[in-house]
Design a protein around this ligand. Structure first.
Ligand SMILES: *[C@@H]1O[C@H](CO)[C@@H](O)[C@H](O)[C@H]1NC(C)=O
Length: 356
């Protein structure tokens, strides 16, 4: 992908040299490959809240999954180019599991991770009748489209803390898998700590013990939630949303650490929040999933002016993409939340930036 603009550059600059009358700034390779961090949306103009994102095997199509809606328990959509998305293709989790209350069986904030070339785990939130609160479940599938097969019991519950929601997976450098989640303390006037805990090689059995990463500070309007953890160039970036999700104060912010289990420092203005209502045309942006991707670029060849064949070797194309939701009516969640995206989110030295 990177070398497509290079071809334009090679031929374009040759003609510029010939005409010579309109000199332009020299184009350098690093400008051509510079990452933009572009926010666009809505890219799925229908109710598609709390989207989770993966690129299976580092190759298109991309898959996104949403909170339950009229489109299914866990509706999913796909994209071949991370620009144009299909409408809802189907339901990836038609059966959320025997532990889920039959009378209150909606599924929230699904997140899917690839564990091996043909095994995927979905983490999701649902109401447990036995526990009397929200718990986090895990379901497995050999394909990203599912249907995912739920475990018989939830993998995390915390009724006294207010329930647990918003789970997501993370693979640290070196391969250790983790689960990250929010204690839903605001449901009972308590704090909303975000925890991390290692997972076994199957991607859903908890190991060791949970460590608190951050909790809500006064500036967060009583809430931090929707954690999404990504590693990039020496830093762990913990993306989260703060404030109430049905207000225009909802946002996408982040904290950073040099160690996966912290301590994490919330990044402050002007570098955070990353997205607030009004920025790039957003309204109530939140529920982001941020992933780093090691994709493959194809071998590329072209003729230069002397007729010599030049072949670029295939390269590993490393970049960061994100999806998030945004209020359809521009005010609150009452009309639903559509999916927006960030292409090539720029992370550098502990600072995340986007352009519009
Ligand atoms: C959400 O916004 C709509 C449209 O402005 C408004 O009618 C409704 O009262 C709002 N609901 C809440 C819960 O704020």
């Amino acid at each position: 992908m990177v070398f497509v603009p290079l071809a334009i550059f090679v031929f374009g600059s040759a003609s510029a040299v010939l005409s010579a009358s309109t000199p332009k700034d020299p184009v350098r390779l690093r400008d051509l490959v510079k990452r933009g961090g572009t926010v666009t949306g809505p890219v799925l103009p229908l109710n598609f809240a709390d989207p989770g994102l993966i690129l299976p095997n580092g190759r298109a199509p991309w898959y996104v999954y949403s909170t339950s809606s009229s489109h299914g328990k866990v509706p999913y959509a796909i994209s071949e180019d991370f620009k144009t998305w299909t409408g809802v293709k189907g339901d990836a989790l038609p059966n959320p599991g025997s532990w889920v209350s039959p009378s209150n069986s909606a599924v929230w904030a699904p997140d899917v991770r690839q564990i091996t070339s043909n095994s995927y785990v979905m983490y999701y939130t649902a109401f447990s009748a036995a526990n009397g609160n929200h718990c986090i479940g895990a379901a497995t599938s050999s394909t990203p489209a599912g249907p995912f097969n739920p475990q018989a019991s939830p993998i995390v519950c915390d009724a006294s803390g207010g329930g647990v929601i918003d789970a997501s997976g993370f693979e640290a450098p070196g391969g250790t898998l983790y689960l990250v989640w929010k204690v839903d303390g605001n449901s009972m006037g308590k704090s909303t700590p975000i925890f991390i805990q290692p997972l076994g090689a199957n991607g859903y059995t908890l190991q060791g013990k949970a460590t608190q990463l951050i909790t809500n500070d006064p500036v967060d309007g009583g809430i931090v939630e929707a954690p999404s953890l990504v590693y990039w160039d020496g830093f762990y970036y913990l993306f989260f949303s703060s404030n109430h999700y049905n207000t225009l104060k909802y946002d996408v912010s982040y904290a950073i650490s040099k160690s996966v289990t912290g301590p994490y420092t919330k990044v402050q203005a002007p570098h955070a929040p990353l997205l607030v209502s009004g920025k790039c045309g957003t309204a109530g942006p939140g529920g982001a999933t941020v992933i780093n991707v090691l994709g493959e670029s194809p071998t590329f060849s072209l003729m230069n002016g002397c007729g010599t064949l030049t072949i670029f070797e295939p390269i590993q194309d490393k970049y960061i993409n994100a999806v998030f939701h945004n209020d359809i009516n521009g005010k609150n969640v009452s009309a639903g939340r559509s999916m927006w995206q960030i292409s090539d989110l720029t992370l550098s030295n502990g600072i995340a930036t986007v352009n519009c």
